[in-house]
Write a protein that binds this ligand. Structure first.
Ligand SMILES: Cc1cc2nc3c(=O)[nH]c(=O)nc-3n(C[C@H](O)[C@H](O)[C@H](O)COP(=O)(O)OP(=O)(O)OC[C@H]3O[C@@H](n4cnc5c(N)ncnc54)[C@H](O)[C@@H]3O)c2cc1C
Length: 349
């Protein structure tokens, strides 16, 4: 029986463990936190990731808890539609629900919470998997010359709140003044996010800051910001990983943000981690493991790195402060959108 040691029990690490355990591997997942858990936010799971989840036999479980339609369109800050109806296949889920589904599919004996690992000996296992996020210790150990993730100049707020008392609305992103607000019904809750240019590391009264920045915007934004519990507002700066020259070295491999942390503007960071997991499970599970890992790098790296690049381009487009550029963006959105849909859709394992 082949063995795999997974460092990091987020979406990427757990999904990889599911794929390998299903193929009979003896898997261990080390997670530094005392429990396997995700931040209190939603996540968009697009068609490509649903197909990866189908490969892991988890697609139906995710469809059963996900809310659709995920994205009804894009509006301006006065509430006028820039583009309505995107035709995208996407579900909105609470992250805790996704993690619960992944966790239930990993043998309990494989789960090692409360174990931060900083020293690695790949000789003790067939496969060492770095799924330890954007600040990956595995990447630092085996890719010592790789650049660290870079701050892209914008920050993101996320919040989940009860939908009771908020006027009905279609799931949408609202754009204006170089900032963005997304609001998505998710069963009896709402998942919302906002993004804006900001200095790295800045922290303030986050809800007051959001109310200030989005003052006067169309409903449901004022109602949401009036109702949300300040403790539910999370803030994270946005980082992106400069391209690595490989995702696999000997029997060490990177998945998820450890390999390709990206701006969240295509909603693809977690989805790409799921693609990584489904591909790796198939490719590693062949007689010639080394050839399988080379194939993993050949297939996954160009796709994930292209999506990192495009996510950054969309971030710049969304946050443009120039009125002229915003007019061109809004007019061209219908033309750009099919290319974005094709990019998300073309997963090939
Ligand atoms: C604002 C925002 C919105 C987003 N929206 C979406 C979206 O809608 N759709 C989407 O697909 N993606 C989205 N993403 C991206 C997505 O959240 C990430 O790409 C995804 O969570 C990466 O998963 P991961 O498992 O690779 O890394 P992580 O989630 O970072 O997990 C890494 C795990 O490893 C553990 N760990 C770290 N170091 C060690 C160590 N040395 N030893 C043991 N354990 C360790 C950590 O505790 C953590 O649990 C968004 C991101 C942000 C910031």
């Amino acid at each position: 029986m082949r063995t795999a040691v997974v460092i990091g029990g987020g979406i990427g690490g757990l999904a990889t463990a599911v794929g390998l355990a299903r193929r009979g591997w003896d898997v261990r997942v080390h997670e530094q936190s005392p429990a396997f858990e995700e931040v209190g936010a939603g996540i968009s799971i697009w068609g490509n990731a649903l197909r990866a989840l189908d490969d892991l036999d988890l697609g139906d479980a995710v469809r059963a808890v996900g809310a659709a339609p995920g994205l009804g369109g894009f509006r301006d800050k006065r509430g006028r539609w820039i583009m309505r109806g995107t035709g995208d296949e996407v579900l909105m889920l609470h992250r805790a629900d996704l993690l619960k589904i992944l966790l239930a599919a990993v043998p309990t004996s494989a789960l090692r919470p409360g174990e931060r690992i900083d020293r690695f000996d790949p000789a003790t296992t067939d496969l060492l998997i770095g799924a330890d996020g954007a600040r990956s210790a595995v990447r630092r150990a085996f890719w010592p010359d790789a650049p660290q993730p870079e701050y892209v100049g914008t920050t993101a707020w996320r919040m989940v709140l009860p939908s009771a008392g908020i006027p009905d609305f279609d799931a949408c992103e609202t754009w204006g003044d170089g900032i963005v607000f997304g609001a998505f019904p998710m069963g009896d809750r709402l998942y919302c996010y906002a993004g804006a240019p900001a200095p790295e590391g800045e922290r303030t009264d986050e809800l007051a800051e959001l109310r200030r920045r989005f003052q006067g915007w169309a409903e449901p934004i004022p109602s949401i910001l009036a109702a949300v519990d300040p403790a539910a507002v999370l803030r994270h700066d946005v980082y992106t990983q400069p391209p690595l020259d490989t995702f696999a070295k000997d029997n060490v491999v990177l998945v998820g943000d450890a390999a390709h942390a990206m701006a969240p503007y295509l909603g693809q960071g977690g989805c790409q981690a799921l693609e990584d997991a489904a591909s790796l499970a198939i490719l590693a599970d062949q007689d010639d493991l080394a050839a399988g890992l080379r194939e993993y790098d050949r297939i996954r790296r160009p796709r994930a790195q292209l999506i990192v690049k495009r996510s950054l381009a969309v971030l710049k487009m969304v946050h443009t402060q120039s009125t002229a550029a915003a007019v061109v963006r809004n007019a061209g959105l219908r033309l750009i959108h099919p290319a974005i849909r094709r990019l998300r859709g073309t997963w090939r394992r």
